[in-house]
Design a protein around this ligand. Structure first.
Ligand SMILES: [Ca+2]
Length: 377
């Protein structure tokens, strides 16, 4: 027997191992470190061939090669507002990256005068040698810009129709804006890869409404992912309590700050202190107390227990764990904490190989791959 078939046999044994889950208990996972030393990382993306790209909030984007070595900062990243919660934030590759080398990233960008800022979405091409960004173009800028250090939102998702969803926070000081359509605060927008509003967006043609808006009434969304049926799921931070999982649909209002399951920091009700109202959507799930969710993935692979397939995985900044949620009839049927990483969890993604990857946020953060532990193994 050659070593290749021994490896195959070992892999087959591992698969058989976790398929034989005892008494229906959830098999555990272990965190295998892929890279360490990522400084306040925000997002991780997967290049063809197995390398990773990572963003660091201070404004650097790096390639991580086999063996976990962090590359030098990639040239051509625009200046970011590295202040408060701002900086270089999300990053995704175009679905046809292999052919077009295109990627999208979002960040907090300053106004020309430097007195205000907002979330910008840029498109660029990664050079063939991976050392620089070419053909950079800002395709969207959240409006209006305000002087705020907080609530940039900033998760990007490409849907199969080729449009991009971008989540946008309420900027903290402008929470009431989340209820009106004349601005991008507290919104999810849906745009083409050129930054224009698709003709079938819900508020196209409505007087006074910005045509990019997909949904409204959000606070600060830092998790977004599509499920196997290409439906968008998002998580957002509440105030004190009231973090939410939503499945945002075209034109609907998710309530902030009129309704919330949270309260102000230190106590005290928000607005009228109500958590439901006709015409405003309830979250699919809310966390009270807050977990501070960031990073979201819907598992579509068969790498783990069959029970995990189609589960939603959300990172917790506050408690350093990844939460697994199962959905039945569009309601959360179960929630569990699957792993404690000892550092704030900023991003959770499914890699092209089907494994879940987690990025922790720390001065020396890590990227880990979650691997199933075979019972007894
Ligand atoms: Ca809500």
């Amino acid at each position: 027997m050659n070593s290749g078939s021994i490896a195959s046999l070992a892999a087959a044994t591992l698969v058989a191992g976790f398929a034989m889950t005892v008494n229906g208990a959830t098999p555990g996972v272990r965190a295998v470190t892929v890279a360490e030393g990522v400084a306040m990382g925000w997002a991780v993306a997967f290049l063809p061939g197995g390398d990773l790209l990572v963003t660091e909030r201070a404004g650097t984007m790096r390639r991580i090669g086999a063996g976990g070595a962090l590359g030098k900062p990639i040239n051509g990243v625009p200046a970011v507002v590295f202040r408060g919660q701002g900086g270089l934030l999300d990053l995704v590759l175009d679905s046809r990256f292999e052919a077009n080398r295109t990627l999208y990233f979002c960040y907090s960008a300053a106004s020309e005068a430097g007195d205000a800022n907002s979330t910008a979405l840029a498109r660029a091409k990664l050079s063939a040698d991976g050392t620089r960004l070419d053909s950079l173009r800002v395709i969207f800028q959240q409006s209006p810009m305000v002087d705020s250090r907080a609530h940039f939102g900033c998760r990007i998702v490409e849907s199969p129709d080729g449009n991009l969803f971008l989540t946008l926070g309420d900027r903290f000081s402008r929470m009431q804006d989340a209820q009106t359509l004349d601005n991008h605060h507290g919104k999810i927008v849906r745009i083409t890869k050129e930054g224009t509003a698709p003709a079938d967006n819900p508020f196209v043609g409505k007087a006074g409404a910005l045509p990019e808006i997909w949904s409204l009434g959000h606070r600060n969304l830092q998790g977004a992912a599509l499920d196997a049926e290409s439906r968008l799921w998002t998580t957002e931070h509440g105030a004190q309590g009231g973090d939410e999982l939503n499945q945002p649909q075209a034109g609907l209002n998710y309530g902030w700050p009129v309704i919330t399951h949270g309260v102000n920091y230190g106590g005290g009700k928000i607005g009228e202190g109500i958590n439901k109202k006709a015409g405003l959507e309830q979250p699919v799930h809310h966390w009270t107390p807050s977990i501070a969710p960031s990073g979201l993935a819907v598992l579509t692979s068969d790498r783990y227990s069959p029970k995990w397939k189609n589960s939603i995985f959300a990172g917790s900044l506050k408690f350093n764990y990844v939460a697994r949620l199962t959905i039945r009839d569009n309601k959360v049927a179960s929630v569990e904490q699957i792993i404690d990483l000892g550092q704030r969890v900023r991003d959770v993604r499914q890699g092209p190989n089907g494994f879940l990857y987690v990025l922790t946020e720390a001065p020396k953060g890590r990227i880990v791959r979650l691997e199933p532990i075979a019972p007894g193994g």
